[in-house]
Design a protein around this ligand. Structure first.
Ligand SMILES: C[S@@+](CC[C@H](N)C(=O)[O-])C[C@H]1O[C@@H](n2cnc3c(N)ncnc32)[C@H](O)[C@@H]1O
Length: 220
């Protein structure tokens, strides 16, 4: 473990606690306990250091839906090479491994997210791989299944993510997306697969329940 990785793990252990998200009680994840307070405190602290906001400190509605879906429908990931695109805390990669995936790579732009995916893997007795970087630089055919949860909230990230996911599906890789109707979610080539009503902190999502859907992206 490098010194920087150890520092990030220590930071997560200091600023988060082990929680089970409402839709995936079987997962244990290091998350912000009081979503907003700790989120804001952590965000401020990280901003001072020029680091991105702590998306890894929350199990987003899209991630909960896609993790639930993978665990309830293990055949979509069983024995497959899985990519968790925009992994945050890594919950989708972890759920895929628990459902029998051959391997799972959790990729996020944020180094803290990569550290948190590894820490959370250990917490759940599985070992995702983690990579901090831009998932759109990866070769889609290195994966059998791509799972992308809640990556369409910001146009600068959603547009390239969607374009790359389309490229992947057109090349023959299965792509599943979990999304609660974020602003930049694509509106075509989508097959709805499952709906969930997810309890979410009002301060973070505006409503106590966030309806969230899992889709399969279809070839165009
Ligand atoms: C709202 S969070 C969702 C995290 C997790 N999937 C979940 O549902 O809990 C979105 C994450 O996507 C990551 N992200 C967006 N575009 C990305 C890209 N091109 N490559 C890697 N990560 C990306 C962001 O850094 C952020 O951590």
């Amino acid at each position: 473990m490098t010194g920087e990785h150890a520092d990030r793990i220590a930071f997560i252990r200091t600023h988060a606690t082990v929680e089970s998200p409402p839709l995936t009680p079987e997962l244990k994840l290091w998350l912000a306990k009081e979503a907003t307070e700790l989120w804001e405190a952590t965000e401020e602290f990280l901003a001072e250091k020029g680091l991105p906001p702590p998306f890894w400190a929350f199990a987003w509605a899209g991630g909960q839906a896609l993790a639930r879906f993978a665990m309830d429908r293990p055949e979509i990931v069983k024995d497959k090479r899985v990519l968790d695109f925009g992994a945050g805390c890594g919950m989708v990669a972890i759920a895929a491994l628990m459902a029998g995936a051959k391997d799972a790579l959790a990729v996020d732009l944020d180094e803290f997210a990569a550290a948190s995916a590894l820490l959370n893997g250990t917490e759940n007795g599985v070992m995702p791989k983690a990579f901090a970087g831009d998932a759109t630089t990866l070769a889609p055919d290195d994966f059998d299944v791509i799972l992308a949860a809640d990556v369409c909230y910001d146009r600068r990230q959603a547009d390239p993510a969607t374009a790359w996911l389309r490229q992947a599906v057109n090349a023959g890789t299965e792509v599943y997306i979990g999304d609660p109707g974020r602003r930049y979610f694509p509106d075509e080539d989508l097959e709805p697969l499952a709906d969930y009503d997810i309890p979410t902190p009002v301060a973070l999502e505006q409503y106590p329940i966030t309806p969230t859907r899992v889709w399969r992206l279809t070839a165009s």
